[in-house]
Design a protein around this ligand. Structure first.
Ligand SMILES: Nc1ncnc2c1ncn2[C@@H]1O[C@H](COP(=O)(O)OP(=O)(O)OP(=O)(O)O)[C@@H](O)[C@H]1O
Ligand SMILES: Nc1ccn([C@@H]2O[C@H](COP(=O)(O)O)[C@@H](O)[C@H]2O)c(=O)n1
Ligand SMILES: [Mg+2]
Length: 209
């Protein structure tokens, strides 16, 4: 069945001249500030923010048949199978009506990356990578107070391990293609956003200032 992603990719009449959606993958360790900065980017640059973690948490709440499996994976800091997460992302893209997306917390491993590329044929414009020391991320997560079941020290340590072992190689993959825009995320929110703005501001606009 043809999807909105197909038509965006192939054009309304199925030709190959249509414009693909612009996708920026927003990556970084747990608590590095991805969600916080995405909210700022949405306000300033007209993107739609899709957090893979938020979509998975909403799926649990919806009472879906995958809910218990997803909940168990999140509690353990494990990565949910790609087909589940990609379906949620595809649905959110189709329902948004926008053509510019910040996909936050995805791809989290090589399986996520390859499956997304396979299914959607979308190549990200670039990867926004929030680089932050573990001690700072740990402090932030333990103070977040949003009632997340995975914001406890035991699960946080598991999430850090998964980030190092499975997610960093994805960032390295894109780095080798010159697609990573690395941001020092240890600074205060406003300073981080100054660096983010520079990445999203077109070169000719920077020159005019
Ligand atoms: N630059 C910053 N300095 C201090 N605190 C920050 C900064 N950025 C975000 N925070 C705070 O740290 C916590 C984690 O931020 P946020 O939820 O944006 O991270 P995240 O990368 O989306 O985390 P996760 O991967 O767990 O979803 C929040 O309480 C947020 O208010
Ligand atoms: N691609 C993804 C993204 C997230 N998860 C699971 O959700 C948890 C929370 O993610 P956040 O980005 O909100 O921190 C994460 O630890 C994973 O369990 C996933 O499986 N796949
Ligand atoms: Mg987040």
């Amino acid at each position: 069945m043809a999807t909105a992603i197909d038509s965006a990719t192939k054009g309304q009449n199925g030709s190959l001249t249509g414009k693909k959606p612009t996708v920026v993958f927003v990556l970084g360790g747990p608590g590095s500030g991805k969600g916080t900065q995405c909210a700022n980017i949405v306000q300033n640059f007209g993107y739609t923010h899709l957090s893979a973690g938020d979509l998975l948490r909403a799926e649990i709440k919806s009472g879906s048949e995958n809910g218990t499996m997803i909940q168990n994976m999140i509690k353990e800091g494990k990565i949910v199978p790609s087909e589940v997460t990609i379906k949620l992302l595809q649905r959110a893209i189709e329902e948004s009506g926008n053509d510019k997306f910040l996909i936050d917390g995805f791809p989290r491993n090589e399986e996520n990356r390859a499956a997304f590329e396979d299914v959607t044929k979308i190549e990200p414009a670039f990867i926004l990578f929030f680089d932050c020391p573990e001690e700072e991320m740990e402090r932030r997560l333990l103070n977040r107070n949003q009632g997340r079941e995975d914001d406890n020290i035991e699960t946080i340590r598991k999430r850090f391990k998964v980030f190092l072992e499975s997610s960093l190689p994805v960032i390295e993959h894109y780095n080798s293609k010159g697609k990573v825009r690395k941001i020092d995320a240890a600074k205060p929110v406003e300073e981080v956003f100054e660096a983010v703005k520079a990445v999203f501001t077109p070169k000719d606009e920077k020159a005019a200032v």
